[in-house]
Design a protein around this ligand. Structure first.
Ligand SMILES: [Zn+2]
Length: 377
């Protein structure tokens, strides 16, 4: 796991727990989405469940990779990329219990199966956590429960956890993974050790790409690092869905527009096609995905790509700013601030059910409006 997070504070905290043998029975891994919280939780579980962990010269422990437990857990390596992530994770190892909102789909209760996947039902917590937590481990080396997106537990679901947190069975570990820690009840937070994750640096994302997607050419890798903005989740999406094409279809025209001031009549349509293409590919790859949710996700990714590009341009200009004539520099920033405002408007429209194609056209026009002044005579 150190390969992903380098010497981050989170990793140091976990290492020290393992080295001193004082692993807290309940932990909250919190921090921004896509920085490796869940991946680290899995790696940590692997070490806790390993029958024969190895210690290096620095006192750092790691899983042996060869025992019965490690062998079973090897199949979870690619689970995050898998479309059946929940099925892979929940069946890999009898003492690793990964709780996700998708588990509701496997419920015996038809009503729960039919629910929209916007929360983790209390039934799932009772069936997959509270029940199994009271039983002895199947392989005799402890049990680990990981609740992904723990903020999706409502108050009833969280309260159902309390007894397990207060009277843990020895050798039982619970990790709550969340990007919205404030949505966990104070009674939960106070009973857990909290491990904070920060945003990854570009070099960490580049290293992760090198290790997991070694086949990318240098230019694509650079592009993906910029798109990722410190999130491995975004980096992974960009590779899987070949979003580097968005750069050619959308950012290149925006760049030309800012340089020449000549209109790019297809910009709005290109934005719409990229968003639609991603959403269709997403729905094709995920059985239970709704097209509407996929559209919104795609549009949000598009918006953040464009505003991130504008922010980078502003940062470049601010660096080269002439202190003698700050007024000139401010005027040069103005168009890019306009682009960011256009994306804000676009994001607001997405939440109010306006036709997506029209929103994309509107964004294209607003970007034109903001940038046309740049190089115009
Ligand atoms: Zn092992």
């Amino acid at each position: 796991m150190d390969r992903v997070l380098g010497q981050s504070a989170a990793l140091r905290a976990l290492r020290s727990q393992l080295a001193t043998g004082r692993v807290h029975h309940a932990q909250i891994f919190h921090g921004p989405a896509g920085v490796g919280k869940f991946t680290t939780a899995l790696a940590f579980a692997r070490q806790l469940l390993c029958h024969d962990p190895v210690t290096d010269l620095h006192g750092n422990q790691s899983a042996c990779g060869a025992c019965g437990s490690c062998k079973l857990l090897r199949q979870t390596d690619d689970a995050e990329e898998s479309d059946d992530r929940t099925a892979v994770l929940s069946s890999a190892h009898p003492d690793l219990h990964v709780i996700t909102k998708e588990l509701a789909l496997f419920s015996d209760d038809a009503q729960e199966r039919g629910r929209k996947l916007t929360s983790i039902p209390v039934g799932v917590i009772r069936e997959h956590l509270v029940g199994p937590a009271s039983l002895a481990p199947a392989m005799g080396h402890g049990k680990v429960f990981i609740v992904d997106e723990a903020e999706l537990l409502n108050a009833t679901g969280q309260n159902a956890l309390l007894k397990t947190l207060e009277e843990p069975t020895p050798g039982t570990y619970l990790i709550l993974v969340t990007s919205s820690e404030h949505r966990l009840l104070p009674t939960i937070r106070s009973r857990c050790q909290r491990v904070a994750y920060g945003v990854l640096e570009d070099k960490d994302v580049a290293r992760w790409l090198g290790e997991h997607h070694g086949g990318l050419d240098e230019q694509t890798r650079k592009w993906v690092v910029g798109f990722a903005q410190g999130s491995l989740g975004r980096a992974s999406l960009a590779v899987r869905f070949n979003l580097v094409e968005w750069g050619t279809a959308v950012l290149s025209p925006i760049q030309r527009l800012s340089k020449t001031g000549r209109p790019e009549p297809d910009l709005g349509a290109s934005i719409g096609e990229c968003v639609d293409g991603f959403a269709a590919a997403w729905v094709g790859a995920h059985k239970n995905a709704s097209k509407e949710a996929a559209n919104r996700r795609a549009a949000a990714l598009m918006g953040s790509m464009i505003s991130n590009y504008a922010r980078r341009r502003i940062a470049e200009m601010a660096e080269g700013c002439d202190p003698e004539t700050p007024g000139d520099s401010e005027a040069a920033l103005e168009p890019w601030l306009g682009v960011i405002a256009a994306v804000d408007t676009f994001e607001g429209q997405l939440n109010s059910n306006v036709n997506l194609k029209l929103c994309c056209e509107g964004l294209g026009m607003a970007v034109h409006g903001a940038l046309m002044g740049v190089a115009a005579p």
